[in-house]
Ligand binder design. Structure first.
Ligand SMILES: [Zn+2]
Ligand SMILES: [Zn+2]
Length: 342
C-alpha cells in the first residue's frame, strides 16, 4: 500500500510502498478515507518533537471504513464508518482505569510512535475505534479526532461553566472548534483573537467577537470589551511566548488559562500581580479522552459543532502535496485545515 512517511527528521516526507499491516485478533484495519494535516505534523517533520521508529507513517487525524476486523473484535464489522482515537492504549494500567488514558504507561500515538493515517490503510486496536455517524463526512470526522477533541478537553480542563466569558487565542483548526464548543457549553461571550482577517471572519460567523491582534493589543481590547473585568477562561492554541503572556494577562480574577499550543518558548509572569493577586491558574492540556470523542460525534451529529467550513483544502495522498501543506502550516498561512483525501 502507499504511505507518506517521515524517513528522516528535518527532511521532506516521502512516498513509500509498504506492506499492508497484518490484522491481529483485537485489531481493526481501516481503509483511510480522510487524514487531517495538523500543525503537530509540521513539528514532527522538522524534528522539534521526536518521532520513532523511523521511517514512520505520519497522520493522527483519521477517518475511514473498516476493511477487516480481527476475530475477537465485537463492535465493528467490515464496511462500518469509523474515526480513530489517536492514542493506542492498554486499557489496564492505573491511568487507563482512571480514565486518564493519555498517560497510559504503554500508550502510543498513531502517526508518532506507530504508523498513522497518511496511507491507504491504518491498523489500530478496537479500543481506539469509534463509530462515525452517517451525517458526518469523513474529512470532518478526521479533524474532529484531534483539533476539536483537544479544544474540548482544554475547555473541560479549564472547568468552563455556563455564563462565563472565554477568549480563544489562535483561530486555526482548534480555535474554530473551541469557539463553537465554548458556546455549546454555555459560555456567555467568546472572544476570538487572531491576526488573519479570514480566520476572524469565520470565528465571527460562529458567534465569537473578533479581536484583531494585528491592529490593537488584544489584552486591552478584551479588557475594554468586558468592562475591565477580563475573561474567566483563556485558551492559548498557538504556543508563542507573546500569545501565552497575552492570554494570561486577559484573565479575570480566578481566571483559568489552558495552554494547548506547542512551542518551546518560555513565558514570563509576575507571580504577585498576575497569579497570586488574582488567584489565577495556568493549566497544561495534553491530548484528549476517549469519552470526549463520543460526546463530540454526538454534538456534531446534533449540529452543535459545525465543521463544514473548516476544511479549506483537500490534497491527494502524495508526498509533494502533503509537504506543501506542512510548509504552509509552518508559515501560519491562511488555511484552517487541510485534509488528505485517500
Ligand atoms: Zn493533530
Ligand atoms: Zn494504559
Amino acid at each position: 500500500m502507499k504511505a507518506v512517511r517521515l524517513v528522516e527528521a528535518g527532511k521532506p516526507l516521502e512516498m513509500q510502498e509498504v506492506e499492508r499491516p497484518a490484522v491481529g485478533a483485537t485489531d481493526v484495519l481501516v481503509r483511510v478515507k480522510a487524514a487531517g494535516i495538523c500543525h503537530s505534523d509540521a513539528h514532527y517533520r522538522a524534528g522539534k518533537s521526536a518521532v520513532h521508529p523511523l521511517p514512520l507513517t505520519l497522520g493522527h487525524e483519521v477517518a475511514g471504513v473498516v476493511a477487516e476486523a480481527g476475530s475477537e473484535v465485537r463492535n465493528f464489522k467490515r464496511g462500518d464508518r469509523v474515526c480513530l482515537h489517536y492514542m493506542v492504549t492498554c486499557g489496564q494500567c492505573e491511568y487507563c482505569v482512571q480514565g486518564n488514558e493519555q498517560f497510559c504507561t504503554t500508550g502510543k500515538m498513531i502517526g508518532k510512535y506507530r504508523d498513522g493515517g497518511y496511507a491507504e490503510y491504518c491498523l489500530v486496536p478496537e479500543r481506539s475505534v469509534f463509530k462515525l455517524p452517517e451525517e458526518i463526512p469523513f474529512e470532518q470526522g478526521a479533524i474532529m479526532m484531534c483539533s476539536s477533541a483537544t479544544s474540548f478537553h482544554a475547555l473541560h480542563k479549564a472547568r468552563l461553566k455556563p455564563g462565563e466569558r472565554v477568549a480563544v487565542f489562535g483561530i486555526g483548526g482548534l480555535g474554530i472548534s473551541a469557539v463553537q464548543l465554548a458556546q455549546a457549553m454555555g459560555a456567555s461571550e467568546v472572544y476570538a483573537v487572531d491576526i488573519k482577517e479570514n480566520k476572524l471572519d469565520m470565528a465571527q460567523r460562529f458567534g465569537a467577537f473578533p479581536v484583531d491582534a494585528s491592529r490593537a493589543d488584544p489584552v486591552k481590547e478584551i479588557r475594554r470589551l468586558t468592562n475591565g473585568r477580563g475573561v474567566d477562561v483563556a485558551l492559548e492554541l498557538i504556543g508563542l511566548r507573546l500569545t501565552m503572556e497575552q492570554a494570561f494577562k486577559a484573565l479575570a480574577v480566578m481566571g483559568r488559562l489552558a495552554i494547548v499550543g506547542i512551542g518551546d518558548e518560555k513565558m514570563e509572569i509576575s507571580p504577585y500581580a498576575d497569579l497570586i493577586n488574582r488567584e489565577a491558574e495556568i493549566i497544561g492540556v495534553s491530548d484528549h479522552l476517549a469519552r470526549e470523542l463520543e460526546q463530540l460525534t454526538g454534538w456534531a451529529r446534533a449540529g452543535r459543532l459545525d465543521l463544514s467550513g473548516v476544511v479549506t483544502e483537500r490534497v491527494p495522498l502524495e508526498a509533494e502535496a502533503v509537504n506543501g501543506a506542512l510548509d504552509r502550516l509552518e508559515e501560519f498561512g491562511e488555511d484552517l485545515r487541510v485534509v488528505i483525501e485517500v
